[in-house]
Design a binder for this molecule. Structure first.
Ligand SMILES: Cc1cc2nc3c(=O)[nH]c(=O)nc-3n(C[C@H](O)[C@H](O)[C@H](O)COP(=O)(O)OP(=O)(O)OC[C@H]3O[C@@H](n4cnc5c(N)ncnc54)[C@H](O)[C@@H]3O)c2cc1C
Length: 302
């Protein structure tokens, strides 16, 4: 179960007592505040707090541009300008604090994003819940033959069933042993900080994760991307939906310039210019390696 009855009651409580404030409020974000959105089989994301909105980005930018911004038509135009020119600090004026429940192996990828503040559930202090990520059968796939870092062809129904059996029985056995080791019923019982080493990486953990919008966009650019592992991508996708409502102008610019845009090397740009002039450019005449050319063609034909 993604949320405990206590957590559901807490959310109900928080949403039933609105308060007046003088702070900037994003109507789109108010609708999401505290609500949990399910991710994977037992996970979720929910917004605990936030600061700023599209206007806060412009307000900060205008400190640096002053009267110069009079030439900028509107806030959305200014935000697009900032995004286009990598003027990133105004985006750092907005912050978001999320409560996330996620499998430990996803947390290991997530925690690599160092420009955030994290507070995680303590498995030294508390007993871990008996909750494990068991993939949906359609997510079970063989090692990719083209990408060493990914999955490829889907497993057959028989093989999926075999794999799911192994995952479920190993998780159950590990947790049983964990529970047995920490039990002090008629024995000393092992400390929780030691017993947890027996738990598999698909067990769920929880944390509070606070990050500014600039670094969140960086996270989303990498983790909502098709090259990211599915299990972290679904979290990034869920967060992206919330961000789109929180700062619609900034998210629109991010989608356009970062998610939908591409970085081209000088060599690739030269090829584009030659193509525009009517030259037939091939991998051999491009000066690019086979891998670079394949990716370049992918960009052009996407
Ligand atoms: C598809 C994919 C595959 C990956 N595969 C691997 C892998 O095989 N092995 C592996 O170890 N990691 C892997 N990673 C993790 C990756 O290398 C980064 O650690 C992760 O994406 C976080 O990126 P970041 O450092 O830019 O983010 P953040 O830590 O949020 O940092 C944001 C930016 O701040 C700056 N910054 C932050 N801290 C420092 C610092 N101490 N010094 C200098 N600059 C800093 C950098 O400019 C950085 O880009 C993978 C990531 C992706 C998306």
């Amino acid at each position: 179960m993604p949320l405990s009855p206590e957590q559901l009651a807490e959310i109900e409580d928080q949403r039933s007592a609105p308060r007046q404030t003088l702070r900037a409020v994003s109507e789109g974000m108010e609708n999401h505040l505290y609500r949990a959105y399910d991710v994977l089989d037992h996970g979720f994301i929910r917004v605990i707090d936030y600061m700023g909105d599209d206007a806060a980005i412009c307000q900060a930018a205008r400190v640096s541009y002053g009267k110069g911004t009079k030439t900028v038509q509107n806030d959305a135009g200014l935000i697009r300008y900032l995004m286009r020119h990598w003027h990133s600090t105004p985006f750092e004026m907005c912050e978001i604090k999320l409560h996330v429940k996620l499998p430990v192996f996803v947390a290991r990828q997530w925690i690599r994003h160092r420009t955030a503040n994290v507070n995680e559930y303590s498995a030294r202090y508390s007993i871990m819940d008996r909750e494990f990520y068991i993939p949906a059968p359609e997510q079970l796939a063989a090692q990719s033959v083209v990408n060493n870092q990914g999955r490829g062809e889907a497993l057959t129904a028989d093989e999926s069933a075999r794999v799911l059996d192994i995952l479920k029985s190993d998780a159950a056995q590990c947790y049983d042993h964990y529970a047995e080791m920490i039990s002090d019923d008629g024995k000393q019982g092992l400390a929780r900080e030691l017993a947890r080493m027996n738990l598999p990486a698909n067990i769920y953990t929880q944390w509070y994760w606070k990050v500014d919008l600039h670094n969140l966009f960086h996270f989303l650019r990498l983790r909502a991307d098709m090259h990211a592992q599915y299990e972290i991508r679904v979290y990034a996708d869920a967060i992206a939906k919330v961000v789109a409502d929180w700062v619609p102008a900034a998210y629109g610019a991010f989608e356009d310039y970062r998610m939908g845009g591409e970085n081209l090397s000088a060599q690739a740009l030269d090829c584009v210019r030659r193509m525009v002039k009517g030259e037939k450019v091939t991998q051999e005449t491009s000066g690019m390696s086979k891998g670079e050319w394949r990716e370049f063609e992918g960009v052009l034909t996407k």
